[in-house]
Ligand binder design. Sequence first.
Ligand SMILES: Cc1cc2nc3c(=O)[nH]c(=O)nc-3n(C[C@H](O)[C@H](O)[C@H](O)COP(=O)(O)OP(=O)(O)OC[C@H]3O[C@@H](n4cnc5c(N)ncnc54)[C@H](O)[C@@H]3O)c2cc1C
Length: 394
Amino acid sequence: MRSGHDIGRSPTVAEFRDRLHEWLDAHAAELAPRHPLPGTLDEQVAQMQRVKAITYEAGWMRHGWPERVGGYGGSPVLRTELGAALAARDLVDPGLFSLVEVLAPTLIDFARPELAAQVVPRLLSGAEMWCQGFSEPGTGSDLASLRCRAVPADGDAASTTAWVVNGQKVWTSLAQYSDRCVLLARTGDAGSRHRGITAFFVDMDSPGITVAPIEMINGVREFCEVFFDDVVVPADRVLGEVDGGWAVAMSILPYERSSCFWQRIAFLYRRLEQLVGLVAGTEDERIAGVVGDAYVQLHALRARSRVTQHRLASGETLGAETSIDKVLVAAAEQAVYDAVRRLAPATVALDDSPEGERWRGEYLYSRAATIYGGTAEIQRNIIARRLLGLGADD
Ligand SMILES: Cc1cc2nc3c(=O)[nH]c(=O)nc-3n(C[C@H](O)[C@H](O)[C@H](O)COP(=O)(O)OP(=O)(O)OC[C@H]3O[C@@H](n4cnc5c(N)ncnc54)[C@H](O)[C@@H]3O)c2cc1C
C-alpha cells in the first residue's frame, strides 16, 4: 500500500476529508492529467482509470464501500468526498466518474454475492468500466415501454441456464469502453410493463453485441447505440428477480441523485471560480450580478444535496423528492455555463485554445443536464403529482 493512507478504516468525514486533501497535495504530480485539459475522451477515460487505480491501491477508493466487495465500510459520504475532491481538482471528469456511483450499488444490492465480490473491486480499481443499457429508440422517459427482449435459451424462465437477448439500446454512455453492461430487457409480455422487465449483467465482449458511438453536439462521442443479436447471457447474470428489473432500475436513483450530484457541485464551484478569474479585470458591470445569480443557485443546490446525502447515509429511503435535486442540479449547471456565455462570449464561441475549447464543450454539454437522468419536464410532473398532490400519474 502507498504511504499516506494511515487513517484506519473508520475515520470521521472531517478526518477523511483533511487527510485526503493532504494526500492529494502530496501526490499531485503523480495524479495530474498527462494531457492538457480538456483532452480527448480517450485521454479522459485513461486518466480516470489511472486515478481510480492509484486511489484504490492507496485505500481512498475503498472507503464507503461494503467490506464484502473489497471496501473498508463506513458511511457512503466518505466516497462522495473522494469523488468531489477528485472532480474539484480536475483529476477526473465528474460525469465519467459518476458511473461508478450509478452502477456499483446495483451490483452490490442485486447480484449474487460472489459475482458482486468479484466484479465491484474491478470497477472501483479502474480495471474495468461498465455502462447502463436502459434507454432505447422511443423509450426514454417512458422506460417501462422498452422492447429489447430476453427469452429463456432452454426450458422456462425458472429452469433456464441462459437467456437470449435481442434488441437495441441508445444513448448508452461509454459503451465503447465498457467491459460490462447493466441491461434492462423485457421478459414478460408487453402489456405487463413494469412487471415484465428483468435486469442482466452482460459481458460486452459477448458474441452478437455491436457498439456504434454517436457524436454529441460538442463533438465528443460519449454515448452509443448498442445492438444485441442473439446474445447469450448466463442465467446467473440476472440481477434481482426475473421480471423484477423495475426495482433494480429504480434503485439507481438515490445514488445517482446524491453522491453523483455532490461531485458535480464541487466541479461547478471550481468552474465558477475559474470564470471569475477569466473575466477579472474586464470592465463589465454585469459580472457581480451574473456570477452572483449562478452562485446562489449553486449554493441552494449544495444545501439541498447535503441533506439528501445525509438522509441516504442514515439509511432513509429516498424517493420522489430527489426529483427536486435533479431540477436544481440542471438549473444550477446551466446557470453556471450561461454565466460563461454571457460574460465571456468570445471564449465560448470563438476561442480555439484548449481553454476556449473546454468552456465551449462544457457549455454545450450543460444543455443536456435537463435531459439525462430524467428530463426536467418529467421531474416537474413527479414533483407536481407525487409531492404536491396535483393529480394522479399518467
Ligand atoms: C448525455 C446523456 C447521457 C445519457 N446516458 C445514458 C446512459 O448511459 N444509459 C441510458 O440508458 N440512457 C442514457 N441517456 C438517455 C436519457 O436517459 C434519456 O435521454 C432521457 O431519459 C429522456 O428520454 P428520451 O431521450 O427518449 O426523450 P423522451 O422521453 O422522448 O422525451 C422527449 C421530450 O418530451 C418530454 N416528455 C416526455 N414524456 C413527457 C410527459 N409525460 N410529460 C411531459 N413531457 C414529457 C421530455 O421531457 C422531453 O422534453 C443519456 C442521455 C444524455 C443526454
